[in-house]
Design a protein around this ligand. Structure first.
Ligand code: LLP
Length: 425
């Protein structure tokens, strides 16, 4: 459920007509709804009422400071994967003691920065990373609390590019090898073993792979405790899917019941790292039709948003719903069109053979479920400017990231001395 709905025939974000934002800012732009973010956070959190749990919002899904701040105000911590994301989490108001640092390639500089900030936990993904963290922490007289990320070798049955829990993926350490890593960790200066972590993939539409992974996690916790480790936190990662097109993800409440069944009685604090399920439906990308191009063979809607603004359809064949800002008549005929951007690549697609009501040039469209992995994955390919982001709350909207300018785009580049001042003869 989200708060982008037609009222009197025009699409609103909460109580703000989206066309009003388009008039003020131009297109394209991302628009986020506070009410949807809050609702999704609450629905997810409610499932774990009465359990010792912490929701560490996965910053990578949407790292706009206003989005982080909205969730931080509800009590969310943060799952981060870079020094940049630590900075964002802190700037968005997440206390350091609620930050979990994941990722296979943490550099020593990032470790030092995270230790100085006083983050809660590092999720360790390899032996060399453990050695590096031990060196960095002990060198600063600090202690890093760690969990080891286990790779359970489970197929999450999601898109290949976002499955992370199989043994041929780069993530985590296979069980039982991880048991050795725990032994090494316990003997490493500057390291305190506190937990176990797992994240098997993203956009999961079935609870079964989660259940298999969490069952293995419960067994691993018992064995590690038997080895003498004080495993008091269990980080179950993110991964719960959302609806793009025809997908039917399990409701968060069912996920919570399954979690309780698998790991609810271990006496661990449960950490969750949801990204998409909190942010995806809380955002849309609004764009304008530049041309309706008829080839005789096909109809293309050429819009002013492109794969550089929203990469998911091109990269993962994701089927984001696309609707006109002006509500079409229920009886309006639907005809298949390709919705494409201006980028010079055939892959620059927002939707293929999508049944759409009649649309003409200058019409505004909303690409739905774009609040997660939308703006954060944008680039300036084809020298297109990064688009603005807007946060709506009730009847108000605020520009929470301005449209990039050409001065910003070109300002950090320069001609080398041997070219400066020369012009072609
Ligand atoms: N925790 C870890 C360690 C992760 O790697 C991820 C996502 C999450 C949590 C959050 O997962 P979520 O709840 O959002 O599924 N760009 C892709 C998604 C990449 C996900 C990467 N890791 C997409 O647009 O589908």
């Amino acid at each position: 459920m989200d708060h982008f709905v037609y009222k009197d025939g025009v699409l609103h974000a909460e109580d703000v007509p989206l066309a009003r934002i388009a008039d003020a800012l131009g297109t394209p732009f991302y628009c986020y709804s506070t009410a949807t973010l809050v609702r999704h956070y609450r629905v997810f959190a409610e499932g774990f009422d009465g359990l010792d749990s912490l929701i560490c919002y996965s910053i990578k899904a949407n790292s706009n400071l206003a989005v982080i701040g909205t969730l931080a105000a509800l009590g969310a911590g943060a799952d981060v994967v870079s020094g940049g994301e630590i900075r964002r989490a802190l700037a968005g108001g997440v206390p350091a003691h609620k930050i979990v640092f994941s990722g296979v390639g943490k550099t020593r500089d990032e470790m030092a920065m995270a230790l100085d900030a006083g983050i809660m936990q590092f999720n360790i993904e390899s032996e060399p990373e453990l050695a590096a963290l031990s060196a960095v922490a002990s060198g600063r007289g600090a202690t890093a609390q760690i969990a080891v990320r286990i790779n359970p070798d489970i197929d999450a049955a999601t898109h290949d590019k976002i499955a992370t829990g199989r043994k041929d993926n780069k993530f985590g350490i296979p069980w039982p090898r991880a048991r050795e890593v725990y032994r090494a960790a316990a003997a490493s200066p500057g390291i305190e073993v506190v937990g176990l972590a797992m994240h098997i993939g993203s956009q999961l539409l079935d609870l079964a792979p989660f259940e298999a992974a969490f069952t293995l996690a419960a067994r691993a916790v018992a064995e590690l405790r038997g080895d003498g480790h004080d495993i008091r936190r269990l980080d179950l990662g993110g991964g719960l899917g959302v609806t793009y097109g025809q997908d039917t993800p399990p409701p968060p409440a069912d996920y919570a019941v399954m979690v309780r069944r698998c790991v609810g009685d271990l006496g661990c604090q449960l950490i969750f790292e949801p990204g998409r399920v909190l942010a995806a439906n809380a955002g849309i990308l609004v764009c304008r039709v530049i041309y309706v191009k008829e080839t005789g063979h096909k109809t293309f809607l050429v819009v002013d948003a492109a794969m550089n603004d929203l990469l998911r359809p091109a990269l993962y064949e994701a089927g984001h719903e696309i609707i006109p800002l002006k509500e079409p008549a229920a009886a309006a005929p639907r005809a298949p069109v390709d919705i494409v951007g201006p980028i010079c690549e055939t892959g620059d697609i927002l939707a293929l053979a999508r049944p759409m009501p009649p649309v003409v040039a200058d019409d505004l469209l909303a690409v739905r479920t774009a609040g997660a992995y939308g703006s954060v994955m944008a680039s300036t390919y084809n020298s297109r400017l990064l688009v603005p982001e807007v946060l709506v709350k009730d009847g108000e909207f605020s520009v929470v990231r301005a449209r990039q300018t050409f001065e910003e785009l070109l300002g950090s580049e320069s001609l080398p001395a041997w070219l400066a001042g020369k012009s072609a003869a």
